[in-house]
Ligand binder design. Structure first.
Ligand code: AHM
Ligand code: MG
Length: 335
């Protein structure tokens, strides 16, 4: 069998980035490595979810008032523990937890980063063998190093993200992360248990042919959104319309596909839920950062998602993200 010796692992890649950037301390590489480790553990459980008695509801209700599945609990524990045991994270906030968790041991308080995550997004898809994912977001703390982190460290606008990424547990398992320098994707090679660079320097095509939205809510959307959706369905020589509609209901997979192929993903507010369903800190900001670095755009319908000043850890936001030209077309309706 031919083995591609030139392939770079996640560790090799982040070390290479360190070499190119002498001021870096290595803390971010350490953090990404820990996230990669937790992701591998979740990957193993996700892959045997159909075999072991891990399916079903854990019987508790999360802070959003939704049912928690066992794998959500497992993923949340893995990410929390791995980051707590490392030396690069001063605290975490998770979609599954009511409040942030400060790490107050002597090493952790000296760390400069905090991490926010949705440990297992799209969890309603677990039981039916459909792709799910983890989403994460990394900020430099604003409180002094050496002290225990406070809520302020977590309530930062998305434009302050140092890095953000996601893991998609799909036909293969992939970790994609962005820093201001670019977006890179790593596929898990299960034979050696390593993330290997498979999608270097990802750019989101300026114009795509896919739109992703929950059509079941159509009559609950604003007229502007309805009009834009109608436009997506029209023949148009310039844009290549009609677009193809694709909606898995796992945001990680939906946005991942649109990032690679070009497209637009929308979770607008509805008459029942004017702020929509998605959480600003755990879902919208990380994807807004990744897609923006890749050349696309993201808005809440009024302003750039990345410029929203958060007021609560679990606040929700309407969310529109995708290829630059498609987003600009949408904006002509929203404005
Ligand atoms: P979750 O965090 O409870 O899994 O919910 C988030 C998911 C997203 O992945 C997805 O885009 C959305 O919910 C789908 O919601 P809906 O079924 O309302 O279209
Ligand atoms: Mg989620």
């Amino acid at each position: 069998m031919n083995v591609n010796r030139r392939v770079q692992t996640l560790d090799e890649f982040t070390i290479q980035q360190l070499r190119d950037f002498p001021q870096a301390t290595g803390e971010l590489s350490h953090l990404l490595r820990n996230i990669g480790l937790a992701g591998k553990r979740v990957h193993v459980e996700v892959n045997k979810a159909g075999l072991v008695d891990i399916l079903g509801d854990a019987g508790t209700i999360n802070v959003q008032g939704e049912e928690v599945k066992k794998l959500d609990v497992y993923a949340n524990d893995q990410f929390t523990r791995v980051l707590q045991h490392g030396i690069a994270c001063a605290g975490i906030a998770s979609e599954e937890l009511d409040d942030f968790v400060p790490f107050d041991d002597a090493k952790s308080v000296k760390s400069k980063y905090v991490c926010l995550f949705d440990p297992l997004d799209g969890s309603s898809n677990i039981d039916v063998n459909v792709s799910i994912g983890t989403i994460f977001s990394i900020y430099r703390r604003v409180t002094p190093i050496g002290t225990v982190v406070t809520k302020e460290d977590f309530l930062q606008p998305g434009n302050q993200q140092v890095a953000a990424g996601y893991i998609v547990y799909g036909s293969s398992t992939m970790l994609v992360y962005a820093t201001r320098r670019g977006v890179n994707g790593f596929t898990l090679d299960p034979s050696i248990g390593e993330w290997t660079l498979s999608h270097p320097d990802i750019k989101c095509p300026e114009q795509g042919k896919i739109y992703s939205v929950n059509h079941g809510n159509f009559f609950q959307y604003d007229k502007a959104v309805q009009d834009y959706i109608a436009t997506c369905q029209k023949k148009d020589k310039e844009t290549g319309g009609p677009y193809t509609q694709r909606y898995i209901g796992s945001m990680v997979s939906d946005v991942h596909r649109n990032l690679i192929k070009g497209g637009i993903f929308m979770y607008p507010g509805t008459t029942d839920k004017p702020k929509g369903k998605l959480r600003l800190l755990y879902e919208c900001n990380p994807f807004a950062f990744i897609v923006t670095v890749a050349g696309g755009k993201a808005t809440n319908g009024k302003i750039r998602i990345l410029d929203v000043e958060p007021t609560e850890l679990h606040q929700r936001s309407p969310f529109f993200v995708g290829s630059k030209l498609m987003m600009e077309e949408l904006e002509t309706y929203l404005n």
